[in-house]
Design a protein around this ligand. Structure first.
Ligand SMILES: [Zn+2]
Length: 351
């Protein structure tokens, strides 16, 4: 871990905490500010005097900050975007930093590790939890309790609970996203789903948006889980449904999430892993930073990394760009667009 990585990590974590509660400046943000100032002084540049001055710098492209490496680490995107908050590139950075092999946020990673470390592995429970998170972006207490009790493991009950935050008091601020079911909030004169509003780009919204109107306590997925489990999860479920409709036998999250989808082809299986990073630079960085050993799971002939269609629409050369950026130890990874899954399987069959 380099010094600059540590600085970015504390800044992003601090800003995330600050977004949740504006009452006081979180310890991690103060620490990020201190480390950032010291690093700037070492480079002979004046440090930001306070948090306001710090935020002003973080809204500029990292090339202009005066910190070597920051630009590469954030794909040269600003860390903070006015009216929006922490940028998508910054969130990607934190995710890669926190779980370099799995690209899961820490709450989901805890569930994954618990299910993997159990003897025997809790394959079925893991699948149940992932599907529940995808299908229940917002839950009432009476929907949540029977499910979490059905898991039968106290530890898992707590971990799944950690995936949600209580929004009972501020529920009237939100509307229901017609595409993913998470919370839309009103920012910069429009209803948006998350920072990037991917849902708004994929599906047009009607004038009338529903809210929950619930008398019960209401919980929504934490932002990181919405962004890195729910959104790609919708792609995973859609891919599975398409494959099943085409007559394939499909298992989701086989072997406690070794991959996202397993398609049984008779004598062998083909595996797909969705990777939903905001831009091709972040995804290339995710692979490049892993060791040969960590990348072993991608070296089998039957493994494909899949880029969601909504990413291709924003970056038409997404796959091409990632491949071009992969270092030698990672350039064997097969990467395809979501829309090419079925064609690829057909080719395999004809072979
Ligand atoms: Zn949405």
């Amino acid at each position: 871990m380099s010094d600059v990585e540590e600085i970015l990590y504390y800044l992003i974590e601090g800003l995330e905490k600050w977004e949740l509660s504006k009452d006081k400046i979180p310890e991690s943000l103060q620490k990020g500010h201190r480390l950032f100032s010291r690093a700037l002084m070492e480079q002979g540049s004046p440090p930001p005097a306070d948090i306001v001055a710090l935020l002003k710098i973080l809204q500029k492209p990292p090339k202009e900050w005066g910190l070597p490496d920051a630009a590469t680490l954030l794909s040269d995107k600003p860390l903070v975007i006015p009216y929006v908050g922490i940028s998508a590139a910054a969130r990607d950075f934190k995710l890669i930093y926190e779980s370099p092999e799995e690209a899961h946020v820490k709450e989901v990673l805890a569930i994954l590790q618990y299910c993997r470390n159990n003897t025997p592995q809790l394959d079925e429970q893991y699948r149940k939890i992932r599907m529940f998170l995808i299908k229940h972006p917002v839950v009432t207490l009476s929907e949540f309790l029977p499910f979490s009790l059905s898991l039968g493991e106290g530890e898992l009950f707590k971990s799944v609970q950690n995936c949600y935050q209580n929004i009972t008091l501020e529920a009237s601020r939100y509307r229901k996203c017609p595409r993913c079911g998470w919370t839309l909030d009103y920012r910069n004169h429009q209803w948006r789903c998350g920072i990037e509003d991917i849902c708004g780009q994929v599906e047009s919204r009607e004038q009338y948006l529903q809210d929950w109107n619930s008398k019960e306590p209401l919980f929504r997925l934490r932002f990181g889980i919405y962004r890195y489990t729910l959104l790609p999860g919708l792609v995973e479920v859609r891919a599975r449904d398409n494959l099943v409709q085409s007559g394939y036998k499909v298992v989701m999250f086989p072997d406690v999430d070794r991959f996202d989808l397993e398609v049984e082809m008779g004598r062998y299986s083909i595996y797909f892993d969705m990777k939903d990073f905001s831009n091709p630079f972040s995804l290339a960085k995710f692979f490049n930073e892993q060791t040969v050993y960590q990348l072993q799971k991608y070296s089998q002939d039957e493994v494909y990394v899949v880029i969601p269609e909504y990413r291709r629409q924003r970056y038409p050369n997404y796959v091409f760009t990632v491949k071009r950026l992969l270092r030698t130890h990672a350039n064997h990874i097969r990467i395809i667009d979501e829309r090419d899954i079925l064609r690829m399987l057909k080719e395999q069959e004809d072979w």
